[in-house]
Design a protein around this ligand. Sequence first.
Ligand code: DTR
Length: 337
Amino acid sequence: MLRSKKAFITLLALLTLLYAVTSAQAATRLRFANFPAAETFPCISMERWADEVRKKLGDSLEIQTFPGGTLLDAKNMVRGVVQGQADIGCISLAYHPGAYPLLSAFELPLGFATAEAASGVLWDLHEAYKPAETSKVKVIALFTSAPSQIMSTKPLRSPADIKGMTIRSAGVLADVAESMGMRPVSMPQSDAPEALQKGMVQGIFSSLDVMKDYNFAESCRHGLIVNSSLYPFMVFMNMKKWNSLPKEVQDAIMEISREHSVWTGKYVDAHGKEAREWSKETYGAELNELSKAELEELRAMSAPVVESWKTKAAAKGIDGEKVLSDIAAGKNRLEGE
Ligand code: DTR
């Protein structure tokens, strides 16, 4: 009787220990959800982030990645992370018009030449302003796509050729496309292949990486280099999960946040160039360059979009003029005059 009682107590102790170990493991497991396909730059960035954090923390943290909307798709990303279905999520801010009145400044045609510089300025701006719009989540990386170009199923030679053409875009970039005379259709990038295939749109307004990663070069063999707006992205964590992490884990994550944001920009800059070459070699797809005067003309057409962004920002208590001049100062610092 005594022996079986002892055995029972030992078993109970073992079970308690096992429970403690597994729940401790569960507490340090991070599920990172992403919406586009695994080969696209936001997911390459996600895998690189996971590798960098693993390098710092070893096995003390388990990171699971879910590309291609396998855990959360673009539309459910914010809600899913806030409710804890995933611990970390990634969004393209343009899919949430009005929700990010400050950071959406990066959707305006600000003349950034590289995503590398834009990503650094975006991170610094967020650090400096700590805006209310991101206060419910923990922001762990911010980056942008490369400047947007017009990829099209029909030949385009001059700005006059884009008049009335239907084009996939999102957020403020839809207003920018409209200001240039196109007819924007807003949707997440991940929905664009079907829209293009069904003929709902005649082109895509995005950075050139998608020519290869979504194989858009097969149907979009034409286009114009317009070096327009960027799409800003935010990688964020559920706040409760963040607060539950040990300090050394939090520190490791924040130590790489800016460097990783800039790394992602640099990656998409280089990958866009590669994708342009690949599209030419694989499908003979070629995008035409515009003259300086034509580029300036297009940029001037988008001036009202900047004004309307400022008005919307003011309604949320944001000094748009100051935000834009802070961004311009950061751009000059990182890109040079
Ligand atoms: N088109 C923008 C930005 C973007 C550029 N490349 C990719 C790849 C996968 C998702 C998004 C993007 C956008 O829709 O966010």
